[in-house]
Design a protein around this ligand. Structure first.
Ligand code: ATP
Ligand code: MG
Length: 292
């Protein structure tokens, strides 16, 4: 495949063929109104709902393919973007496949701080990120690049520490390891080629707009409640909404219904105050798309 395969007027998006990013990537596209026509068993798929084609790749290959212009954009973990350090733009954080890149050592190992790593053997599938981390911290260690189960290496006597992605920490625990340094936070990101032509750049902007509308909606809820009309001022100050809340009179004199938008986190913070202000029959419902 080479650059000449790229079609004009449509955006070529690379996503992971199968693995921890695939479901999240396809689900985000679906919420953006983009439906993939054929399954992930093909190299390419056409889509409905957006001028786009999808190519399915191993996540490691996505940064290079985007940098080379084989794909215009891609979805992958920020950890791989950092590791490959290809010339690509990180356009947007996507909020799924969250993990961190951490240093872990055997559970019983005393860990006085980063200087412990001096002169040690560190196994990793992220040798470039590790190299930079060691250099930034004036540390000298032997880097053992491993693809596969890095977590088993200390138990086999092959390494003194590991530098690897961690999400729940369950794999570390089951291999008798403890996390001692968190070096990077990672999540799925949208990357794009640095110099897109104006037509593709416009398409990327449209895709980004859809993604942002979906993510805004996911972070926010539509809230409906009934309250005594006299406490409306207090309630409005607690949930001011996007512009200002909608107020409708109830058939019951002295009572109103208030509709607004609130972030999930804010909701849990203000719920007690809403109740104290006399709010009743509080409904919180999901929003599908949100354009601010
Ligand atoms: P490929 O075959 O495409 O090379 P892989 O085996 O390298 O896949 P996966 O295990 O599918 O990779 O992980 C893909 C990405 O998902 C990782 O690079 C990371 O960004 C993220 N990730 C890894 N582990 C987790 C986890 N436990 N929870 C959430 N996200 C994770
Ligand atoms: Mg990979």
């Amino acid at each position: 495949m080479n650059n000449t395969d790229l079609k004009k007027g449509i955006l070529t998006l690379a996503i992971q063929k199968s693995g921890r990013l695939s479901d999240g990537s396809l689900s985000l596209l679906r919420k953006c109104g983009i439906k993939v026509q054929n399954g992930t068993n093909h190299l390419k798929a056409s889509v409905r709902g957006f001028p786009m084609e999808i190519i399915f790749l191993r996540d490691d290959d996505i940064p290079q393919y985007v940098a080379d212009g084989v794909a215009d954009a891609g979805i992958l973990g920020y950890n791989e973007v950092l590791e490959k350090s290809c010339k690509v733009e990180t356009v947007e954080r996507l909020g799924f496949s969250r993990c961190r890149i951490s240093v872990a050592v055997p559970r019983e190992q005393e860990y006085p701080g980063r200087q412990f790593l001096n002169g040690k053997r560190i196994a990793t599938s992220y040798p470039n990120i590790l190299k930079k981390y060691l250099a930034d911290n004036d540390l000298n260690a032997e880097i053992h690049p491993i693809s596969g189960s890095v977590e088993v290496t200390p138990g086999l006597g092959l390494a003194d520490a590991i530098f690897e992605i961690v999400s729940s920490g369950g794999t570390l625990i089951s291999n008798g390891l403890k996390e001692v340094e968190t070096v990077w936070q990672s999540e799925a990101v949208l990357i794009a080629r640095q110099e897109l032509d104006p037509e593709k750049s416009d398409l990327l902007g449209k895709l980004l707009f859809r993604i942002q509308s979906v993510r805004q909606a996911e972070n926010n809820k539509y809230i409906l409640l009934n309250a005594p009309t006299e406490s409306l001022d207090t309630i409005i100050s607690l949930i001011p909404g996007m512009k200002s809340p909608t107020i409708l009179p109830l058939a019951l004199p002295g009572w109103s219904s208030l509709h607004s938008v609130i972030s999930e986190t804010d909701f849990w913070e203000v719920i007690d105050k809403l109740k104290a202000a006399g709010a009743q029959g509080i409904l919180v419902v999901p929003i599908e798309k949100m354009v601010v």
